[in-house]
Design a protein around this ligand. Structure first.
Ligand SMILES: [Zn+2]
Length: 322
C-alpha cells in the first residue's frame, strides 16, 4: 500500500505522537467541565464531526480506546446509530448531536427548535448528550448555529455547550488554544517555532515534541481512509463539496454562553464549524431507532435541491481494511 497522509494508520500515528509528547486527551465535555487551573499542562481536545461514513468514526474510536483515549464524536441524524453510539460511550467516548435543523427547516427557527428537540430526544434514548455541534451544510444559506440567537437556549435543553462556539480558540484565547482541522486535508496551522504545518506527519512531529501545549483537533472521519483507492474517491467527493461551499457566504454568528467553569463568559468568535460536507447517498434504512429521527427519510433529502448531495459524485466504493 502506498503512503497516504490521511489514513487511519496516520491517525493512529497522530495519537501515538501526542501521547509520546505528554498530552492528555479531553472530550469537549471534559474541557467545558474542567476549571482552567485544573486543566492538564498539555492537552488535546479531540472532536470528530461524523458527516458520513460512520464506520470510519468507529475505526477512530477503536484506535482511541485501545490507547486509553476518550474523544467526542458528533453524529448527524444520517450517521447516528443508537446501539453503535452506546458502544462508543461504553468505550469511554462522548457522543453528541451534529445538528443541522435550521438548514433542514429552511431558516424557520421555531421549526428548527422543534426538530432539534425531537432529534436530541432520539439520541438520548441511547446515550447521554451534553454537548452538540453545528453541521455546516455547504449549499444552505442558514447557518445552523443561528438558531441559538433567539428562542430557547442550549441550557434549556440540558446542554452544557456547543462544540465550536462554546470554545474560545486562538492566540488571544484564555488557553492559547490552537484549533486545527483536517478540512481540505491540509492542517494549515501555524505553531511558534514550527512554521505552518500542513501534513499529518508534520503535526505528529510537532505533537511528539510538545510543540504547543493546548490543541483542539477537529478530524472528520469521512475524510480519512483505510485504502488508497478509498482516498482517491474521498478526494473527488471533497473537491465537489469544497467548490459548492465556495459559492455560499455565511452570516457571521455569535452566540452566548461559555459554560466552562473559570472560562471567559461572553460572546465567542466562531471557529471551524463551517465544514463542507455532502450528505451521504441515501440508502435503505435499517429497522433501528434511527428511523425515529426527524427527517432521516431518504426521500426528503433526495428532494432537497440545495443539498450538496445533488452536486457530488456517487459514492459506491466499498472500503476494505488493509
Ligand atoms: Zn458536519
Amino acid at each position: 500500500m502506498q503512503y497516504v497522509d490521511f489514513s487511519i494508520r496516520q491517525y493512529e500515528r497522530l495519537l501515538d505522537a501526542a501521547l509520546a509528547g505528554g498530552y492528555e486527551f479531553l472530550t469537549v465535555r471534559d474541557y467545558l467541565l474542567t476549571d482552567e487551573n485544573e486543566l492538564p499542562e498539555r492537552f488535546v481536545i479531540m472532536r470528530h464531526d461524523v458527516d458520513r461514513r460512520a464506520e470510519l468514526s468507529y475505526a477512530m474510536a477503536n484506535a482511541e480506546a485501545v490507547r486509553g483515549i476518550s474523544a467526542t464524536h458528533y453524529f448527524r441524524t444520517y450517521t447516528f446509530d443508537g446501539p453503535e453510539a452506546r458502544r462508543l460511550v461504553d468505550m469511554g467516548h462522548e457522543v453528541g448531536y451534529h445538528y443541522e435543523d435550521l438548514s433542514k427547516t429552511r431558516g424557520d427557527v421555531d421549526a428548527a427548535h422543534e426538530r432539534f428537540a425531537e432529534n436530541l430526544e432520539a439520541f438520548r434514548a441511547f446515550v447521554p448528550v451534553d454537548t452538540v455541534c453545528a453541521h455546516g451544510s455547504p449549499l444552505s444559506p442558514q447557518h445552523n448555529a443561528s438558531m441559538w440567537e433567539d428562542g430557547p437556549s442550549l441550557e434549556s435543553y440540558g446542554l452544557m455547550g456547543e462544540g465550536a462556539y462554546s470554545i474560545d480558540t486562538g492566540r488571544n484565547s484564555t488557553d492559547d488554544l490552537r484549533y486545527i482541522s483536517d478540512t481540505g486535508r491540509d492542517w494549515n496551522v501555524e505553531v511558534d517555532g514550527w512554521g505552518t504545518l500542513h501534513s499529518t506527519d508534520g503535526v505528529a512531529e510537532m505533537l511528539e515534541a510538545g510543540g504547543h501545549p493546548h490543541i483542539y483537533v477537529l478530524a472528520h472521519p469521512g475524510r480519512w481512509s483505510h485504502t488508497r483507492r478509498g482516498m482517491a474517491h474521498r478526494i473527488a467527493w471533497d473537491l465537489a463539496a469544497e467548490s459548492a461551499k465556495a459559492a455560499v457566504k455565511y452570516p457571521k454568528t455569535v452566540i452566548r454562553t461559555v459554560t466552562r467553569q473559570g472560562g471567559v463568559p461572553g460572546l465567542i468568535p466562531s471557529s471551524g464549524s463551517e465544514e463542507s460536507t455532502p450528505a451521504e447517498k441515501p440508502v435503505a434504512e435499517p429497522a433501528t431507532a434511527e428511523n425515529v429521527l426527524v427527517e432521516n427519510a431518504p426521500v426528503e433529502d433526495a428532494t432537497e435541491s440545495v443539498d450538496a448531495e445533488s452536486q457530488t459524485p456517487s459514492d459506491p466504493v466499498t472500503q476494505t481494511a488493509d
